[in-house]
Design a protein around this ligand. Structure first.
Ligand code: FAD
Length: 485
């Protein structure tokens, strides 16, 4: 069990937490980090072996402005609240970002007719810099597009970010500032105690908290039911994606967005901050919350869309495919529901935009906790953290003669595809929230996610991780069984 406590922090059994946040996805991590700014005893409880292993690691990694959100919804408001905070936060902590801008493209008359309304909607949402682009300008900016685009909108604020570093940065700041992180701790039951506190149960283990925040993503409805509510049902909406090799990066300069429909933002083409190109996702409602498998039909559908938009992309090598599950509900908006008298906040239904809205959601939840009479004394000695930079536009350790001179391990490559050095891998194994699985090592360093998908380096990485964490290689590989890569 990964359990992080600060020196002087009591073990969970020894006392009552002020707040228990259930779920260490990007949303739960953002909430826990914000609460760590206050003199409180907080615990972040996660079913998986690490933070950020749910939907937060399998998405399209677009930093949305919220230009096309339904005006007046909580989602639209929190996206706007989040956007400037995200800009500051990611710059200060070293989360990789590329401010590419988005082009929303119309390929038929119906889509052309939708553009003015989308621009008006952006204005209403406070995204005031969206402007129309004529076809020659679009083609000049994106010379590899299929001929025939009729028009489009430029959305300068749409950008790309590192979806792996963001939750890790948030959780690391929470932990460094006193939040207890309990991984491998699936909440299986919740009791109300006579004094109105909550007792969270996981097997034989229990912990007690005065307030509960439910940020359990796909399982937010199960947590609701443990507390006697049935206000929404989460239906996983699967999105399948294809990642193209870095050679394809030259083909795309912006985030290429389709005109959205009622149920999905549609299939997009976007560079990633690792230098690849991403095509997808699909949007298919399924029943099984564990089913993150890709399908031949889903991949064929995105492939066809890709060919129709950017034919040259389809000639490029594919590095990987994956699927993520959106926490869709029967409601069209986020389900952030507060029960001040019950000291319970539900943060459910964060379906398509939760990465981008995470800091705004956290702010809002803190306000709701204050309304529920949680006292929030400021913590005077709060510490910021600096995360390893995983992008392509800044300087990585292998590119820094100064870092290599100071520590030659930063010059010893282990993953050649992604240029990940021994020094970075060791850092990841000994960081405040250390990597304990190969997937955890991947999300902290980029190792294993390159062109060879670990064919060359997985044995070395397994041996290194086993040595540094005191696990056996067999146990490590067993831990990874069934884990999405
Ligand atoms: C295909 C796809 C593309 C997307 N693209 C984008 C995008 O480009 N930009 C964007 O902003 N958003 C995007 N999203 C949405 C975004 O990924 C989600 O909104 C966000 O990750 C939700 O975060 P979360 O913390 O609510 O959920 P999760 O990341 O799923 O975290 C919930 C956590 O709760 C834990 N948990 C569940 N049950 C329990 C329990 N009983 N006890 C303890 N822990 C529990 C889980 O293990 C999990 O770690 C996309 C989503 C998908 C699927």
């Amino acid at each position: 069990m990964l359990e992080q406590t600060l020196p002087g922090e009591r073990s969970p059994a020894a006392g009552v937490y002020d707040v228990a946040v259930i779920g260490a996805g990007v949303v739960g991590c953002a909430i826990a980090r914000l609460l760590s700014h206050h003199v409180l005893r907080c615990v972040l409880v996660e079913a998986g072996p690490d933070v950020g292993t749910g939907t937060s690691k399998a998405n399209t990694a677009i930093w949305h402005t919220g230009f096309d959100a339904a005006p007046g919804t909580l989602e639209a408001r929190l996206l706007r609240r989040s956007y400037p905070q995200m800009a500051t936060y990611m710059a200060e902590t070293g989360v990789a970002v590329e401010r590419l801008g988005g082009l929303l493209l119309a390929w038929n008359d119906d889509q052309m007719q939708a553009l003015p309304a989308i621009q008006a909607r952006a204005q209403e949402n406070g995204v005031t810099d969206v402007y129309p682009l004529p076809p020659p300008e679009i083609c000049a900016r994106e010379p590899h597009l299929q001929p025939g685009v009729l028009g489009g909108l430029c959305v300068p604020g749409e950008s790309i970010l590192c979806p792996f570093t963001l939750p890790l940065a948030l959780a690391t700041e929470a932990v460094v500032n006193g939040v207890t992180l309990l991984c491998n701790w699936p909440v299986q039951g919740i009791d109300r105690l006579p004094n109105a506190d909550f007792r969270l149960r996981s097997g034989e283990r229990t912990l007690q908290a005065r307030y509960v925040v439910n940020a359990a993503g796909l399982y937010a409805d199960s947590i609701e039911q443990m507390l006697g509510y049935r206000r929404f049902t989460v239906t996983p909406r699967r999105g399948e994606l294809i990642i193209f090799d870095k050679a394809a990066r030259r083909l795309v300069n912006h985030v290429l967005l389709p005109v959205p429909t009622a149920i999905t933002k549609g299939v997009l083409i976007s560079p990633t901050i690792y230098g690849n190109v991403l095509l997808g996702p699909t949007a298919e409602d399924i029943h099984d919350k564990q089913d993150r498998a890709t399908t031949a039909a889903g991949l064929a559908a995105v492939w066809d869309k890709g060919r129709a938009l950017l034919p040259a992309l389809i000639e490029e090598e594919v590095t990987a495919v994956y699927a993520g599950l959106r926490a869709a509900t029967e409601h069209k908006d986020y389900q952030i529901l507060a029960h001040p008298d019950e000291r319970y906040i539900c943060v459910g239904g964060i379906r398509s935009t939760g990465v981008s809205a995470s800091l705004g959601i956290a702010d809002y939840v803190r306000d709701l906790l204050a309304d529920a009479r949680l006292t929030l004394p400021p913590k005077p000695d709060w510490q910021r953290v600096q995360m390893p930079y995983l992008g392509e536009t800044g300087t990585r350790p292998y590119q820094s003669a100064q870092r290599i001179a100071a520590n030659p391990d930063y010059g010893r490559m282990v993953c050649f595809c992604e240029r990940v050095s021994l020094g970075e891998l060791l850092d990841a194994c000994h960081s405040p929230i250390p990597a304990r699985t190969l997937d955890g090592l991947r999300r902290r360093t980029r190792a294993l996610q390159g062109r060879c998908q670990g064919f060359n380096c997985q044995a070395a990485l397994s041996a290194l991780l086993a040595r540094e964490t005191g696990q056996t290689v067999a146990a490590l590989l067993g831990l990874e069984a069934g884990c999405e890569q």
